[in-house]
Write a protein that binds this ligand. Structure first.
Ligand code: PRX
Length: 647
């Protein structure tokens, strides 16, 4: 029996929503979804109001998702301009550097001026409404400013995580035909420099990139001397010197693209998840307010990188739409030491801290000392995102970090959902460690068996959503057929999440993890197919199969089976080289943890790799391999078991 943590009285008292209010809201959202979402849309300032709330079909033959589609608004206006009158001098972005001696507070008024200037520079460089701009940035205020500047002039941004390789960056520039890249000379993380501009230069030389790319705008960050290509590379500070600091907000249709964000799937290359202006922004603002019980003046910190959806929705768009004080952190949890997170909390008097289970587990391993060395009295609420949080880590977060005073919101959602879907509300929900608890008002989850039958009550099955919500992705950029196939072909009229899930007798949801070939490494999504195709691109490799296995800190680790080409010796040097190779091809987050030499891979007679068996061996659960009778050559399994690496 797992422990239940009832709603904390202090949380209930201050919260906007208690349990009765949650139940009433949920009921309303089910009975009258259009009325419910119309009311929520009142959170935003519209240049022209919408007349139609929803125009959605999840029918695979005519798939379209439109919300508020004749409404006109601008996301940057909603995140910046509309706050000037009431909170122009309030901090909007609180930035904490990798170096603890560096920080900066930017007010809404200053943000307005900096965003407008950058927007004017973008215009001067030829960016117009409807263009795509790629951002490859460190965690500095200019990352958020660049996103908002794009939104201001109606260009869709595509943020590529600064840890990705030049090849990964190049692929994403080409896929969405970006005209411009915004980057910095270098990034800084944990005291180490990240050569962002050099990576952009390398990306420029990849096939197809310069067919689209016209300019690179470079933020001076570490002041490293980087080469600048005449006519292509431009320093932001130079270009900004002579632009005006006002720039009108482009009126955007609610369904005009706001951004593209690439994420991994179970097959093929990463897909460009497209989010649009009205529905996405409304959903980010709505969920940010209710899940974090955000109230004026709260100091809110989401530790994610803006390269991920969490950074988009819960560092930039949700908080700023709500006029919040949002913190941006350039550094890492263990630099200069393992107290850093909590030192930052004390220094800035943070009230709400939203982080990932992998960070919590890494800190937990260092014991209570580094936590206890700090006060943390300002904390009121803790959050978790990205992967299932194991109950041990949950209890440590709750008892050691939060000293039993702070509810934990374990928020389940995806790049595709735009915002949080299943999560406790701090004043409403009794907590069960490891459960994301109940759906937010407006969200209708269901569990299905493999044949698509709906499971009622206590059950375990595949998690689907049965009705649209405004934050839903609209398409895969440039590949609508892939959108249909990935999410709407498994079950008729249902959005398939790719996650397995259990629902308990109280109606609480427990996410069990991906049921497809998507790995979750430290909360980062990685397709097994991506890692495999990187590996087979190496001259020594004939074939590769990649699976996940349980990893104490990362949640999942990357386990690789490699068949070498004839005549190639399996050596430790080659192992190291392959690890390096994958890092170079994709980025450090894709580094294989274990590489097993596999003379053969278990295949069916039709040549399909039986991943189920490879997964079991990687998990060290080889005693129960299930039915292996369809294998073409059962002997290869014995060899793989005998030489398994995770014992
Ligand atoms: O498997 C789920 C897991 O992360 C996947 C989505 O990954 P991504 O699009 O990168 O977005 C991560 C940030 C929202 C989901 O399909 N996941 C995310 N949050 C949770 C989770 N699994 C369990 N519990 C969570 N709170």
């Amino acid at each position: 029996m797992k422990k239940l943590h009832p709603v904390l009285p202090a949380a209930r008292e201050r919260a906007l929503i208690d349990n009765d209010a949650y139940l009433a809201m949920y009921q309303q959202s089910v009975e009258d979804p259009e009325g419910f979402w119309t009311e929520q849309a009142g959170r935003l300032d519209w240049f022209k109001p919408f007349s139609r709330v929803k125009d959605v079909s999840w029918d695979a033959d005519d798939l379209h998702v439109r919300w508020f589609d004749d409404g006109v608004l601008n996301a940057c206006y909603n995140c910046v301009d509309r706050h000037l009158e009431t909170r122009g001098d309030q901090t909007a972005i609180l930035w904490e550097g990798d170096d603890p001696a560096r920080d900066e507070a930017i007010t809404y008024r200053q943000l307005h001026s900096r965003v407008s200037r950058m927007a004017n520079v973008l215009k001067e460089l030829g960016v117009v409404k409807g263009d795509r701009v790629t951002l490859y940035m460190p965690m500095i205020p200019e990352a958020a400013i660049a996103m908002l500047a794009c939104a201001r002039i109606g260009a869709a941004h595509s943020v590529v995580f600064g840890g990705f390789s030049p090849d990964a960056l190049a692929g994403r520039i080409v896929d969405c035909e970006s005209k411009l890249v915004i980057t910095a000379d270098e990034g800084l993380r944990g005291g180490r420099k990240v050569p962002l501009k050099a990576n952009v230069d390398a990306a420029k030389s990849r096939p197809g990139v310069m067919d689209h790319l016209e300019s690179v705008l470079v933020v001076r960050n570490t002041d490293a001397g980087v080469p600048m290509q005449d006519g292509v590379d431009h320093w932001l500070h130079e270009r900004e010197a002579d632009v005006a600091d006002d720039c009108p907000c482009e009126p955007m249709g609610a369904e005009d693209p706001l951004f593209i964000l690439y994420t991994s799937g179970s097959t093929g290359k990463p897909k460009g998840v497209l989010h649009t202006t009205g529905g996405y922004l409304l959903y980010a603002a709505y969920t940010h307010e209710i899940v974090f019980d955000y109230q004026d003046g709260d100091i809110y910190w989401c530790t994610a990188d803006v390269g991920w959806i969490t950074g988009h929705s819960y560092i930039v768009y949700g908080p700023l739409a709500n006029g919040a004080i949002t913190m941006m952190f350039e550094g890492v949890p263990n630099y200069p030491d393992y107290s850093r997170f909590w030192q930052v909390v004390d220094k800035h008097q943070v009230n709400i801290c939203y982080t990932a289970p992998t960070a919590i587990r890494a800190l937990m391993r260092e014991g209570e000392g580094p936590v206890k060395a700090t006060s943390r009295q300002s904390l009121r609420l803790l959050g978790s995102v990205g992967e299932p949080i194991n109950p041990e880590a949950w209890e440590w977060y709750y008892n050691v970090v939060g000293e039993g005073r702070c509810p934990i919101v374990d928020t389940w959602w995806q790049t595709e959902t735009g915002g949080i879907m299943i999560s406790p509300l701090p004043g409403a929900t009794d907590l069960k460690p490891g459960s994301a608890t109940r759906p937010l008002p407006g969200i209708k989850p269901a569990l299905l068996d493999a044949d698509g039958n709906t499971l009622e009550g206590e059950a375990e099955g595949l998690l689907v959503i049965t009705d649209s919500w405004p934050g839903q992705m609209r398409t895969v950029y440039g590949d609508h057929a892939r959108f249909v196939k990935t999410y709407f072909s498994a079950f008729r009229n249902r959005y398939f999440t790719g996650d397995g899930c259990r629902r308990d007798k109280d109606g609480y949801y427990w996410i069990t993890g991906r049921v497809d070939d998507v790995l979750n490494i430290s909360g980062h999504r990685m397709g097994t197919a991506e890692v495999e195709s990187a590996l087979v691109a190496h001259k020594a490799v004939a074939e590769a199969a990649v699976v996940g296995y349980p990893h104490d800190i990362k949640g999942q680790g990357i386990y690789v089976y490699v068949t070498l080409n004839a005549g190639i010796e399996p050596t430790e040097e080659l192992r190291a080289e392959l690890r390096q190779w994958v890092r170079k091809e994709i980025g450090p987050i894709a580094t294989p943890d274990l590489i097993q030499w596999a003379p053969g891979l278990p295949k069916t007679r039709s040549g399909k790799i039986m991943r189920r068996i490879l997964r079991k061996i990687a998990e060290n659960e080889y005693g129960n391999l299930g039915d292996t009778s369809t294998l073409a050559d059962p002997d290869v399994v014995d060899d793989l078991i005998a030489n398994r690496l995770n014992r």
